[in-house]
Design a protein around this ligand. Sequence first.
Ligand SMILES: Cc1ncc(COP(=O)(O)O)c(C=O)c1O
Length: 435
Amino acid sequence: MTGDEIVSLCRQHTLFEWSAQSKVDPIPVARAKGVHFWTPEGKRFIDFNSQLMCVNIGHGDERVVRAIREQAEVLPYANPFMATEARARLGAKLAEIAPGDIDVFFFTNGGSEANENAIKLARLATGRHKILARYRSYHGATAGAMTLTGDPRRWANEPGISGVVHVLDPYHGIERGWDSAEQSLAMLEEVIQLEGPHTIAGFILETVTGTNGVLVPPDGYLQGVRDLCTRYGILMICDEVMSGFGRTGEWFAVNHWNVVPDILTMAKGLTSAYVPLGAVGLRRQLADHFKSNVFYGGLTYNSHPLACAAALATIGVYEEDRLIENARRMGTLMCGLMADLQTRHPSIGAARSIGLFGLIELIRNRATKQPLAPFNGTSEEMTALSRFFRDHGLYTFVRWNTFFTNPPLCVTESELREAFGIIDEGLAITDRAVM
Ligand SMILES: Cc1ncc(COP(=O)(O)O)c(C=O)c1O
């Protein structure tokens, strides 16, 4: 099929996410390899968002494809009451790489379900009902995960599940900037006291917030959250669906601050999205609660053998190709490239990154730092920038006044420089808007 035929048939018979269907303009994609993908007509894109911040090892890795094929030939499916070798090996491998004493895992189909089950486990284990979450967050699109989500994608889905209380983040947007860790923690403790600590089962947070701004917490914040959770018997739930598996230059982002949450959720990079898979990791003591207490949860595709085999092979690729180290090394280079852009482009209000997890915030006024598009909105200039990237073969997410720099972790220096060359040119558009 041609690209136009694919797009037209998809638009006719399938629904696209988070969009009015008449507005969608998808890129037809036929094949992908490494950091690139191609349209059926052969137009090449550098994938500067790893699709949905998930294809961390890069596209089309033969080792993962082979593992999926081999598993499919032997045992494509077994129900979750059974025990398979792929499941056994993956549980043991995750126990090896997960932080601290997190060594028991429940497997799901993706990140939303991982978070659904995380809150279910927290409620069952504590006997408490409320869950704290933050405003600048995305935790998924299923009912519970959507309610946990703080960003505007929640609004149209309300009312959600009961018992979710949102708190403010250390970050308040480009105009107001950051609170210190101490200020933010004091606010959090006040909310805990006002809600009644004995009613709160867990606090869920993205270790490094993803779509809401690649927000790297100030030093001391995560440790402080850990201390507050311990003091009040609240389970700390870190959502590393996006920040896990090397994205930040560590297996998990919590490792940067030496914090061990009680529950860790993951997906995306776990299989690099070759096959859907999510997981909830539990600390040993928490998992022990379910030795004599029933875990009231289940999924037909829990521990799906194809996904477990894909995850094992994917983790093998991270190790064999030293991709976590590469993310760190290329992350340092990317940080320098972003800082260089910032010195030359007046429309850049902030450039943040950790490992290969990066974002640039654009502004139209250097004095007031007014963003180039409003909260939850867009502007002519942001649309033009997005168009420029697409025309010039750079694929990334352009959201509100921001765009992302999240290449696969196998990216090379020359690929990074090529992508930043396109970004450099594109920013001439947004610079013209600056007052
Ligand atoms: C931090 C975070 N949590 C949860 C999710 C939901 O994962 P999924 O779309 O696999 O259900 C996402 C997806 O983008 C995410 O970024």
